[in-house]
Write a protein that binds this ligand. Sequence first.
Ligand code: SF4
Ligand code: SF4
Length: 345
Amino acid sequence: MRKVRLGKSNLWVTQIGMGGIPIMRLRRSDAVKLVRQVLDLGINFIDTAHVYGDSEEKIGEALEERRNQVILASKSPARDKKTFLEHLDLSLKRLRTDYLDIYHHHGVNSREKMEKIIGPGGAFEGMIQALKEGKVLHPAFSSHHLPEAEELMLTGKFEVMQIPFSFVDDEAKEKIIPLAQKLGIGFIAMKPMGGGLIEDARASFRYLLQFPQIVPDPGVEKIEEMREIVEIVENHPGPLTQKEKDRMKKIRQDLGKTFCHRCDYCQPCSENIPISLVLVFPTLVKRMPLKEVLARCEEATEKARDCSECEECIERCPYHLNIPHLLKENIAYMEKLKECSLSLP
Ligand code: SF4
Ligand code: SF4
């Protein structure tokens, strides 16, 4: 597979990496097997995070004996130096390694968090120490917010960055991707399939292939999904056809402007509401039979009636969606759908 140099670093990663979220849902033995199968496909870049449940541990086990075949990345959400260094040591232990090629400040989604991280006593001081000690080779950050991302890029402190990027979430193409290239910062495209909203892998990766300098890191649960992606990337390069562009435009229009990215940063909800499932069901209605949507989402939407409007989730949502309001809208929409379903054969 073609390799991409991450900015000015000496890291040459395959043009597709592997994201570490979905393996959280797999049994340990299945996750370990999957990671090894992904490496067997020729992929040499794996990205996970301190907060992805047992993802680091599963990857650590899979990489036993194969650590030197992989460019390994993880992330810490810590704001202060001490917690950052504790997270890093735990990441190293779980991943069964004594260094990480890339370590991110995770989810720098607000000005307040950014200022804490790069301010006195902040997590970036921990990053400097980790670089000196050889525990981290390349400093990075991830963010869902482009203004903070741009400021962090301009500090000159980071070699790699990670931002959501797909044809339904393409704002970074205007300024951030060209700036990353100009500054020599490696660009990893997080959520290349819109965090699960795009079901068409061919459309997703054909779009991303228009940006040869970026590296998407899709999360997969089955090796067949990664094989399909690799096949598209290796065998179907070239400009988008008008038909493809029209199809992508239609999918974007269906999703609207302020859509839930299913990142689940809004959790935990004090009322245990599965927020993302309730927020995304109207988009599923456009693509799935009504009966299936009801089977998947009716119970969750019913649970959403328990929302106490505490608004804690709004603070945590990187897109600052008005979640309590959207839940109410979707409860009303679900009621209409249920009425319609009664008239179905
Ligand atoms: S506002 Fe509602 S959905 Fe959000 S955390 Fe509070 S109870 Fe949960
Ligand atoms: S509501 Fe916000 S934080 Fe929660 S899943 Fe959706 S985009 Fe992510």
